[in-house]
Ligand binder design. Sequence first.
Ligand code: APR
Length: 171
Amino acid sequence: MKTQLLAIKQDITTLEVDAIVNAANRRLLGGGGVDGAIHNAAGEELYNACLKIGGCMEGEAVITKGFKLPAKWIIHTVGPIYGNENGRESDMLRSCYMMSLHLAVDNNIKTIAFPNISTGVYGYPIEEAAPIAIQTVKDFLEEERHDIEKVYFVSFSDNDYEIYKNLLSQQ
Ligand code: APR
């Protein structure tokens, strides 16, 4: 079965999917942007679950329940800060997508939604980040055993959405 890759423009916290991905920070205890929105919508139980996990390194990912979200799971990954990682930004961003997808497979997740990791507070230009995100997901789906049916690339602005839509239409 071929996995569908879809660009959408929506608040990721409202999606009825098996898992949404959070663009978190190393402490995992919430913040601004999509992280803040997810913690607000999922509720205090998410904060407590993240506190128990204790943190996450850049390029890695951890999983919690979705708590009050429609999504069953939240995969928290920590993107690179653009310009702060000695040229390892693209490898680290790629790792975020790879590690998130490995967790998805381990947890029998069939539908997963990614925000545009690192492209907000962490400053990664969307024009550079979006092709890396799409290529990494495609590589994973080709190389690994999985039952993933749908991967959503969720944008919050018209500009980001147009970039993803154009890139995916060229595939
Ligand atoms: N749904 C979907 N996308 C959203 C939402 C939302 N509700 N809110 C924000 N976004 C988008 C932003 O517009 C941006 O395109 O998510 C993308 C990622 O931006 P950030 O949330 O700033 O994430 P990032 O750049 O990875 O920075 C992570 O920000 O607040 C913190 O705790 C977080 O310190 C960490 C840092």
